[in-house]
Design a protein around this ligand. Structure first.
Ligand SMILES: Nc1ncnc2c1ncn2[C@@H]1O[C@H](COP(=O)(O)OP(=O)(O)O)[C@@H](O)[C@H]1O
Ligand SMILES: [Mg+2]
Length: 476
């Protein structure tokens, strides 16, 4: 179904409001015009009424005092008034209508007519003239009164109309604004949610967008971008995997090749020199072969841990208990090396969702590295704390040992990278990092050559769905 775009809705709402304003304006203008016409008539009516009063006064003089000159005076006034009515006729007609205008003219003519009859000494009596004058005045009073009522009616009607129109305009504007805000804000919320899910890598949780308006299009574009990102991410992971496999194969060949060469050489020498050597030398040779085999065994074991990790067994766990157990495992080494070990654990930590054995392996690995880097008297500190900002539990393994120089810091997570010669495999951090990544956690390191090293591991609190796969390396 094709949906109306927000742009079209805004245009439609504005057009509706403009139409309403135009209609209101037209009605207001029309009412005003009517009132003005009527006021103009009132002005004319005032003039006419004044003339009628003068005529009636002259009529009184004629009948009471026999003033002969009054009659032509009245006739002149009548003619003058008729001329005024004729001149102003369009205005008068548009104010009171044709019928009333004709009525006014005929009343005026009738009054003049009866006066003429009285003047010529004909039959018409004083009473007849008075009745005609009275009728004329009455008609005028009736017209002005009804016009005043009409003006009041128009003004009251316009007031009501204007009030209703403005209420309607206001209602439409507020209604449309609210509707659009709800719609736009709703879409922005969906965009925000989608962006959060994308940044958390939870692409599959993003709901498809049904709306086809601008906001819907933005969400759809975001989804397309998310799909592209996922594809690229998968491609990058594949590329990284291939690169890792390459490094791994080269490393395995090199790491296992060396002891194998040594074993081969030792075995050849042993055979060639067997008769010339005494028993102790025989034992020495076999011991060296055993050492080299031990090294291969260690490499193979670490590699197997990495290549065939058993299915993790996640449980809700208190990380402090895992730390205490790990510390117990390395306690002997700590005592032998005469280190000052500290546990700095935050009480009532939120639980985390981890495979206890795997995390214990990681911690023992980090602790062993620290012990190797420390000299007698150095300090080793294990700390936990809850970071409410990120809703993560943080574990720190810190030592005041030899530290890591900036040149080698970027390589410590590479497979087979070791500075320990034959006694190291260079797989500890590589495997540990993979395990933390599987726990949707983060592992980062800060180190200063000669001052010490601090590894930080972050776990999402149990029940949160956040996911992060980054591994930050920084020197301080
Ligand atoms: N706490 C530490 N202090 C100094 N150097 C460290 C520390 N942890 C790791 N490293 C460096 O990182 C390298 C890689 O460590 P790892 O992967 O555990 O392999 P390995 O311990 O077999 O050498 C170590 O050889 C060492 O140079
Ligand atoms: Mg190690």
């Amino acid at each position: 179904m094709r949906q109306v775009k927000i742009f079209h809705k805004i245009i439609a709402a504005n057009l509706a409001n403009i139409l309403l304003i135009l209609v209101t304006g037209f009605l207001a203008y029309h009412s005003l015009d009517q009132v003005l016409t009527k006021l103009r008539f009132m002005e004319i009516a005032d003039g006419l009424s004044a003339s009628f009063l003068e005529m009636r006064l002259a009529e009184k003089n004629f009948f009471l005092y026999g003033e002969k000159s009054a009659l032509p005076e009245i006739q002149a006034k009548i003619d003058e008034t008729l001329a005024t009515v004729k001149r102003e006729r369009p205005d008068i007609v548009s104010a009171i209508g044709e019928a009333k205008t004709a009525g006014l003219e005929s009343n005026l003519q009738n009054y003049g007519h009866t006066l003429q009859q009285a003047g010529t000494g004909g039959a018409p009596s004083q009473a007849k003239v008075r009745a005609a004058g009275h009728k004329l005045m009455g008609f005028m009073t009736y017209i002005t009164a009804s016009e005043r009522t009409e003006v009041n009616r128009i003004i009251a009607g316009s007031e009501r109309g204007l009030f209703l129109s403005f209420a309607l305009i206001l209602f439409t504007a507020v209604g449309v604004t609210l509707l659009l805000s709800v719609r736009v804000l709703g879409s922005l919320k969906r965009i925000e949610k989608a962006a959060h899910l994308i940044s958390g890598g939870e692409f599959e949780k993003i709901e498809p967008e049904k709306s086809r308006d601008e906001c819907g299009m933005a969400v759809s574009a975001l989804l397309t971008m998310a799909g592209e990102l996922r594809n690229r991410e998968e491609q990058m992971i594949e590329a990284r995997k291939l690169a890792s496999i390459g490094i791994l194969i080269a490393g395995v060949s090199h790491e296992i090749g060396n002891p194998l060469n040594n074993i081969s050489m030792l075995a050849q020498n042993f055979v060639e020199l067997y008769d010339r050597m005494n028993r102790d030398e025989h034992i020495e040779y076999v011991k060296r072969i055993e050492d080299e085999t031990g090294r291969i065994q260690r490499i193979v074991k670490d590699l197997l841990d990495f290549a065939r990790p058993r299915k993790p067994d996640f449980h809700e766990t208190d990380i402090n208990s895992v730390i205490t157990k790990s510390m117990r495992l390395v306690q002997n080494m700590i005592s032998v090396c005469n280190l000052d070990a500290q546990l700095d654990l935050e009480e009532r930590l939120p639980t985390v969702y981890i495979d206890e054995d795997q995390i214990q392996g990681v911690l023992v690995n980090l602790l062993t590295n620290s012990i190797h880097a420390c000299s007698p008297g150095d300090r080793l500190r294990l700390a936990t704390r809850f970071n409410p900002g990120s809703a993560r539990v943080e574990v720190e393994v810190e030592d005041t040992g030899g530290g890591i120089s900036p040149e080698i810091l970027p390589h410590i997570f590479d497979p087979f990278f070791t500075t320990k010669g034959a006694s190291g495999t260079g797989l500890g951090l590589f495997v540990s990092y993979g395990i933390i990544k599987n726990h949707k956690g983060e592992m980062r390191v800060k180190s200063e050559a000669g001052a010490g090293t601090c590894f930080t591991i972050e776990f999402p609190v149990h029940g949160t769905t956040e996911r992060s796969e980054s591994c930050l390396i920084s020197g301080s």
